[in-house]
Design a binder for this molecule. Structure first.
Ligand SMILES: Cc1cc2nc3c(=O)[nH]c(=O)nc-3n(C[C@H](O)[C@H](O)[C@H](O)COP(=O)(O)OP(=O)(O)OC[C@H]3O[C@@H](n4cnc5c(N)ncnc54)[C@H](O)[C@@H]3O)c2cc1C
Ligand code: FES
Length: 250
């Protein structure tokens, strides 16, 4: 399951946010929203770092990541032609619904990248969808043009109001009175929980902290209404109607 990928490019596209294109085997990718676990060589980072697959074709894969700590900092310094040790594709990914009339993609911050491959599949299948993206400020915004190029109406919200609508994604949905009968979402847990509380049908991707990344350690175990699920294996995507919200966690 682990493969070597060659870096084709690694460029800054927004504040502390990098887009990396990798060359290698993509034949095992089965669904949009799957992720890879990247080995980072450093004394302090023996764990791999999970990053979503944002886009892929027959031999390249694109990831978009934000520099948070040491692991992603090291990744951001990688140069063209260097090799990366990658485990994956991992996780279940999103299941695109073909029988829904109007679908909505809702992404917050580093939750935006996996939604791009969902958008591509919706577009290829001729399905109608809008996109709502939330970021902290105008310097953080990315992929807006890419979603627009797929023919979607794209609404951007920033918390500080420096770009698009001021506020978070749910404020925009309310303000614009956006109609949708199904949604796909990825972003901070509080955003995902707020969406679950709307009681609409949808799928949400949880970016839980992980250990092994392939189902062996239970480190990513997440309580659902039916059972505990390993986010790396039975997730990261859960159906909205199975998400358990612990009211004391907020
Ligand atoms: C399935 C999955 C998909 C992901 N996809 C992406 C993606 O496409 N792009 C992207 O930028 N990031 C993504 N992440 C988050 C990414 O894995 C973390 O940002 C990264 O592991 C941080 O590593 P680090 O060594 O730089 O930081 P660390 O030194 O490990 O941590 C620095 C800070 O980052 C935050 N952090 C670390 N891990 C996570 C996490 N899993 N979720 C939220 N916050 C975290 C913590 O607040 C911590 O204080 C994903 C995570 C998961 C589980
Ligand atoms: S991270 Fe080890 S089981 Fe999910």
């Amino acid at each position: 399951m682990n493969n070597m990928y060659r870096i084709i490019s690694n460029e800054l596209i927004a504040y502390k946010t990098f887009k990396m294109v990798l060359f290698g085997d993509t034949s095992k990718i089965t669904a949009p929203g799957q992720f890879i676990n990247i080995k980072i060589d450093s004394a302090n980072t023996f764990l791999r770092r999970p990053i979503s697959i944002s886009d892929y074709d027959c031999n390249t894969m694109t990831i978009i990541y934000k520099v948070f700590g040491e692991g992603t900092e090291i990744l951001s310094k990688k140069k063209q032609f260097e090799e990366l040790d990658v485990l994956g594709p991992l996780g279940n990914g999103f299941t695109v619904q073909e029988d829904k009339k109007k679908q909505l993609l809702i992404g917050g911050g580093v939750g935006v990248p996996p939604l791009y491959s969902v958008a591509k599949e919706l577009h290829e299948k001729g399905l109608e969808f809008d996109v709502v993206l939330g970021f902290q400020s105008k310097y953080d915004v990315f992929l807006e043009g890419a979603f627009r190029a797929l023919g979607a109406n794209v609404y951007v919200a920033t918390m500080d109001g420096t770009y698009g609508y001021k506020g978070h994604v749910l404020n925009v949905i309310e303000m614009k009175n956006l109609y949708y009968d199904y949604y796909y979402a990825c972003g901070p847990e509080v955003m995902l929980h707020a969406l679950v509380n709307t009681e609409k049908e949808g799928q949400l991707s949880f970016e839980e902290r992980m250990g092994c990344g392939f189902g062996a350690c239970m480190g990513c175990s997440h309580k659902t209404l039916t059972s505990y699920k390993r986010i790396c294996k039975e997730g990261p995507v859960l159906e909205a109607n199975e998400v358990y919200i612990d009211e004391h966690s907020h």
